[in-house]
Every structure is written in C-alpha cells, then in structure tokens.
Design a binder for this molecule. Structure first.
Ligand code: PLP
Length: 378
C-alpha cells in the first residue's frame, strides 16, 4: 500500500502514542484542578506549548500559545479576535486560504464586513503587492497562509507581514502555518516577525487529531469562542492532557527530524520525474514556485480526478483530488480556479503528499498504478 495523503492527515507517531497512554489510563486527575499540578496531569499542557514554541523557532513565546482543537478552531478564533465587538470593517486575505478560513470570512460578510481576496499568480504564489494593493486604513485583519495545502506553494509571508505592519499598523496579521509545520523550518522570530496570530494543527505532523494551537502575540486579545475558566478565561473546557502529551512529543520529533525533509523532497522529485516520463501531458502545479518538500499537485488533462482517487484507493494507493476537505463536493477547488485553471483542469488535478515515513517502494507503487490507470482511461 502507498499512503500519499499526508497533507490531509499523518500517521500518529508511535512515540507520541506512547506519551499519551498514561493520560488515557491512570493519570486522569483533571489538569485544571488543584491536584492537577501535584499528579502531573497539568504538565503536558505546558510541555506542549514549550515544544511547539521551539518548533516555531521562538522558545521564549511558549506563553503566547493556547491549545485548541486544531487549525480550524484556531483560524475561526483568529478571525473572531480581529472582528469581535466591532460592528463591521475590512478584511484582506489570499484567495487560496483553507476552507475553514473561507467559511469564517463568509460569516463575516453576512455580518456586514467587507472581505477582499488577493489572487495568486499562475504558479500559486500571492505577490506581496497583490495583498498591499487591497489594504485600507480601516483594515482589521490580513490573513495569509504560509504554505498552501493543495499545491504546497510557500507564500512570502515575511515580506507581506512587514508591509502590512508599515502600511496598515492597526491590522492584525494572521498566518496559517498548518501545512508548513514539520516540513520546513519556521521562525516566528525571523520569517514571521510581524505575525500577530498563527494557527497550526497536531495531526499534520504525526501528532494526534483534534489538538492544535493558536499563537497570539503580546497585546493581542483573544476573546473566547468557548466560555469557561480555563486558559485564563480565554478557552473553557477541561483540557485534554493526553492530546497535549502527544502533541508535545510530535513537536519534539518534528524538530529533530526536520532534516529528513531533504530526503522527502528527493522522493517527491523522483515521483514527478518518473510520472512525466510516463505521462508527458502531465502538468505540475507550482513547479516554478518555492514549494513544500512533500507536496506534488498535477493536472492530467482529460482525467476525472475523483474517479482516479477511488480507483487508486482500491489498489491501496491513497492520494487526494485537490484538497481532501473539498473532495466529495462537486465544486472544483477554489485554489485551482484562483490560479487560473479551467473547471476541467481543476477537476483533473491530483495531489500526492509525502511524509518522513514515505518509502521509495510506496512511490514506485504509486507511479505504476497511476500511469497504468491513466493510460487505460484516456
Ligand atoms: N489550515 C490548513 C492550511 C489546513 O491544511 C488544514 C487541514 O487540512 C486546516 C487549516 C484545518 O486543520 P484541522 O483539520 O486540524 O482543523
């Protein structure tokens, strides 16, 4: 079998699972009770923040992190932080943000906010000027993802952040780093120095599902989405010590094993070269742009990507048609359309995403099955 859908989710690392087990069995004292400290069930929460801050290149910012249920919640919360208590205003985002953010923007629009989107170029990259051209004095939020989930294309967030700070100092700058974590080196100190809010999710880097984090820079207020006393009243609910322990270990491993991404890039490049040799009509998206080492998105003209995904799954090869979050819906991906692909091309796009666990045998199986499938179908 070949599991090549790691941008959708990754396998829980056995070490992360082992770190979770005590909190799923014997260590069940409520972490936010007075006894939580004594029995050690509160400790994974601080440890997770400490490990995440190191992974984000900013160990001194651990206290600026709040654990959430994942990047969808973090994204919703970032939008809430920028918009709560204000009647209406202006938001700028890229046209290729994750559906969780797009849905939050839609809800802002319903509430009277003006939301404008900066388009990417044909390579899937959003130029800083495309964002700055939309800024207004009353812009409350600018949201740009670090790496796109469908194409893997890395966006110039450092440049954009600095420009936003200069041109629109009252706007909050939000960066969704979910797909970049554990795949490229991230430094909140350098690359994202101007980020006020940052979203991420554990299950994209071999941590457990259902846990992630939101970073809020000093001075950025986080009005609660979930009411309660925990996290200083910012996020209610009994914390999940097991998930936090798994997240801490996954973050530690992601940092230690980041160098393995060079090998992942080689496997991805080998995959693309071999596929082009078999299928010269194939077009790789974002090939001329700076991309994540693990992602390959490509158009095979005339192919129905949804059918291909199903046929490949029957052979044990797991890939995605566009984004897993939008697959199943008949609409073509908003990312592909924003890049200028036609409806037909967008519906003929497959995404293959690797991880540090991907083997050369998996890549060989995927090439074999995919080239056979395409030749028989076309
Ligand atoms: N943001 C990006 C860029 C993503 O790729 C994803 C997941 O696919 C999310 C946010 C949502 O993450 P979660 O499923 O953990 O809520």
């Amino acid at each position: 079998r070949a599991y090549l859908d790691n941008n959708a989710t990754t396998r829980l690392d056995p070490e992360a699972l082992a770190a979770m087990m005590p909190y799923l069995t014997n260590l069940y004292v409520n972490p936010s009770s007075a006894a939580g400290e004594l029995f050690g069930t509160a400790q994974p929460l601080t440890e997770a923040k400490r490990c995440l801050a190191r992974l984000l290149g900013a160990p001194e910012l651990a206290d600026n992190l709040v654990l959430t249920s994942g990047a969808s919640e973090s994204n919703s919360w970032a939008v809430h932080a920028a918009t709560a208590g204000r009647g209406r205003g202006h938001i700028v985002a890229t046209a290729i943000e994750h559906p969780s953010l797009m849905a939050a923007f839609e809800s802002c629009r319903d509430a009277g906010w003006d939301v404008e989107f900066a388009s990417p170029d044909e390579h899937g990259c959003v130029a800083p000027e495309a964002v700055t051209a939309l800024l207004r004095p009353e812009t409350a939020l600018v949201s740009v993802m670090l790496a796109n989930n469908e194409t893997g294309v890395i966006q110039p967030v450092a440049d954009i952040g600095h420009l936003v700070r200069d041109l629109s100092p009252s706007a909050l700058f939000h960066v969704d780093v979910t797909q970049a974590v554990g795949r490229i080196s991230i430094s909140l100190n350098e690359d994202l120095i101007a980020a006020d809010l940052v979203s991420l999710s554990g299950h994209k880097f071999h941590g457990p599902n259902g846990v992630g984090a939101l970073f809020a820079a000093d001075g950025v207020r986080l009005p609660p989405l979930i009411y309660g006393s925990q996290e200083s009243g910012r996020r209610g609910g009994t914390p999940d010590a097991a998930a936090a322990a798994g997240l801490a270990t996954a973050a530690k491993l992601a940092l230690e094993r980041l160098p393995e991404m060079a090998h992942v890039a080689t496997l991805r490049d080998n995959f693309e070269h071999a596929l082009i040799d078999c299928l010269p009509e194939l077009r790789i998206l974002g090939r001329m742009a700076h991309r994540l080492p693990n992602t390959s998105a490509f158009v095979i003209p005339g192919m129905n990507a949804q059918h291909a995904v199903e046929a490949l799954a029957h052979q044990g090869v797991v890939v995605a048609a566009g984004s897993a979050c939008t697959s199943g819906s008949p609409a073509p991906s908003h990312v592909m359309l924003a890049m200028g692909l036609s409806y037909e091309e967008a519906k003929s796009t497959l995404r293959v995403s690797l991880s540090r666990e991907t083997t050369a045998d998996e890549i060989a199986l995927a090439i074999d099955c995919l080239s056979t499938l395409v030749r028989s179908a076309l």
